[in-house]
Design a protein around this ligand. Structure first.
Ligand code: HEC
Ligand code: HEC
Length: 221
């Protein structure tokens, strides 16, 4: 009897140790996963509540935390609250046109526009892409940006200021699109400064300036 009991206990112990080696890493991974989930949740709580949040619906195009991977979309991260709010209102009221943004913005309440602007303005700005290196184009772009005094409105390091948004580190395609839209008059700057400036740039200068701006890593505003 005693022996049977001892053997039984031993078998159980071996089984447990065995389970520990097999499941140990998985249990640990599960624990780490739960920890990561907790951290993620804490971040969301800090950002205004539990998942899902309204800003998650923007991630499809503007990326997580408003920082896209795709150069065709605007980075919203770290733009000023006033600028984001103003652009959402411009889309909603038909002062700025976009097949994607116009219907979306028109369906946002005043409160939602404020919340979104607040959220994205607090996210860390990054560089959207690393464009293929082209030193000659970069230098031409830098020369244009310097000659036209873009920092006067777009701030030190072109990281944005009270007058105009951050343009450093935006995707090249997005920058070309916007500068061309200002040049054509499809997008109107309320102060008209951008329309006048973009009109003074040739297509080659727009391409070079966009290339240069996309290579810049945004500095803190
Ligand atoms: C289906 C893709 C898509 C989704 C989803 C989307 N956007 Fe956009 N967004 C765009 C495009 C495209 C533009 C550029 C429009 C243009 O050409 O002027 C843009 C531009 C913007 C701009 C102007 C950026 C700038 O630098 O001037 C803001 C602000 C903005 N979106 C906010 C949002 C918010 C907030 C959400 C979520 C509620 C959202 N977007 C969801 C595609 C999208
Ligand atoms: C006199 C002030 C001023 C100067 C100088 C200026 N900008 Fe702007 N820029 C603005 C303002 C204001 C806006 C926002 C317009 C709006 O609200 O639609 C803007 C918007 C832009 C945008 C669109 C950003 C976005 O996120 O959609 C780009 C790109 C841009 N400027 C590039 C340039 C470049 C390149 C230069 C230099 C060649 C330049 N700007 C010089 C005032 C200026």
């Amino acid at each position: 009897m005693k022996r049977v009991f001892v053997i039984g206990a031993l078998t159980a112990a071996v089984a447990l140790v065995g389970a520990g080696t097999v499941y140990g890493p998985e249990i640990y991974a599960g624990y780490r996963f739960m920890n990561a989930l907790d951290e993620h949740d804490a971040e969301y709580q800090a950002n205004g509540g539990a998942w899902p949040q309204l800003q998650d619906s923007c991630a499809l195009c503007h990326g997580a935390h408003g920082q896209p991977q795709n150069a065709q979309f605007a980075s919203l991260a770290g733009q000023s609250e006033a600028y984001i709010e103003e652009q959402l209102r411009a889309f909603a009221e038909g002062r700025r046109h976009s097949p994607q943004m116009s219907p979306l913005a028109a369906n946002l309440s005043d409160e939602q526009i404020k919340q979104l602007a607040h959220y994205f303005s607090r996210q860390k700005a990054g560089r959207t892409e690393s464009p293929a290196s082209d030193k000659e184009l970069e230098q031409r772009g830098q020369a244009t940006v310097t000659a036209k005094g873009c920092t006067a409105c777009h701030g030190e390091g072109l990281a944005g200021g009270p007058i105009a948004p951050r343009i450093a580190g935006q995707g090249k395609l997005y920058l070309i699109d916007q500068l061309s839209a200002f040049k054509r008059g499809d997008r109107k700057d309320p102060t008209q400064a951008m329309n006048a400036l973009a009109s003074s740039l040739s297509e080659g200068e727009i391409l070079a300036a966009a290339h240069y701006l996309s290579t810049l890593t945004p500095t803190k505003q």
